[in-house]
Design a protein around this ligand. Structure first.
Ligand code: CP
Ligand code: NVA
Length: 304
């Protein structure tokens, strides 16, 4: 039996992603109505974190608990991973003990190696390349506020890093137009852009990117692993701040999203992130609901 994995948004078909989005909405409703959904009884999620996390850890742990299962948090500090046990060996052992593994790490290759040696589904909980769990929550959030994102325009403003790459994959899978504005030195991976060329346009001009956008998205200027470049990046990205003037050039109905954590006064002003167009708290909450649908799909539905 070869398990399905969720290493990027491209591991699922567009139809599967849309079906999972609807299931996330349903599970959110069930939770609010107090309808039990313990379909993961006795199932265990292993969670490997090589980088910090608030939302990802709490949403996955809560999701497993609400669904009747359990989770085990592992960091390099308190597992043998930090003492040099190989990734294939970790995968072989853990996947004999748990039903699914979630990994937050640096290289996408580490995740690929783990998945190649795992008997159970593996979920990308953020790498330097992608953050697909955030995207399923973002897509659910857009749908809840505005309906289908198909044919809409999304503006990505800022760093061409993991979140931007995931928006490029999302543009293909959910069929929207993505306008990316980033400093030329921080453009996203050309191969990823090329793979979605009919859905993606790229510029270093944030004013251009927000024209006609139904959704404006940004992220921190210095991601985890880029901390030493903080000062240099603050100067480089200064023209890319999402502020009220920039939002005013987007579609009148435009939403604002940010995966969080945010730095008010840097990539976004307080006026925007705490303003009426911002849906960041729904977006954060939807990590929980969207990931329940993901866990259900991987652990229960996609077993053969
Ligand atoms: N958005 C997100 O993944 O947040 P954490 O880093 O807190 O998990
Ligand atoms: N781009 C950010 C996302 C955090 C959820 C980072 O990698 O740090």
């Amino acid at each position: 039996m070869t398990p399905r994995h969720f290493l990027s948004l491209l591991d699922f078909s567009s139809a599967e992603l849309k079906q999972m989005l609807q299931r996330g909405i349903e599970l959110k409703h069930w939770q609010k109505q107090g309808i039990p959904h313990e379909f993961l009884k006795n199932k265990v999620l292993g969670m490997i974190f090589e980088k910090s996390s608030t939302r990802t850890r709490v949403s996955f742990e809560s999701a497993m608990t609400h669904c009747g299962g359990n989770s085990i948090f592992l960091s390099p500090r308190d597992s043998q991973l930090g003492r040099g046990e190989s990734v294939p060996d970790m995968a072989r052992v853990l996947s004999r003990m748990v039903d699914c593994v979630m990994i937050r790490t640096y290289q996408q290759g580490t995740l690929d190696t783990f998945a190649a040696h795992s008997q159970v589904p593996v979920i990308n909980a953020l790498t330097d390349q992608f953050h697909p769990c955030q995207l399923i929550a973002d897509m659910q959030t857009f749908y809840e506020h505005r309906g289908s994102i198909q044919g809409k325009t999304v503006a990505w403003i800022g760093d061409g890093f993991n979140m931007c790459n995931s928006y490029i994959n999302a543009a293909r899978q959910y069929d929207f137009q993505l306008k990316i504005a980033a400093p030329k030195a921080q453009y996203p991976d050309p191969a990823i852009v090329e793979s979605a060329s009919s859905h993606v346009e790229l510029s270093d001009d944030p004013q251009w990117a927000v024209q006609g956008a139904h959704l404006v998205v940004t992220d921190v200027w210095a991601s985890m692993g880029h901390e030493e470049e903080q000062a240099k990046r603050r100067a480089l990205f200064a023209p890319y701040q999402v502020n009220a003037e920039l939002m005013a050039q987007a579609h009148a109905d435009a939403l604002f999203m940010h995966c969080l954590p945010a730095h008010r006064g840097e990539e976004v002003t307080a006026e925007v992130i705490d303003g009426v167009q911002s849906v960041v708290w729904d977006e954060a909450e939807n990590r929980l609901h969207a990931q329940k649908a993901l866990l259900e799909f991987l652990i229960l539905s996609a077993q053969d």
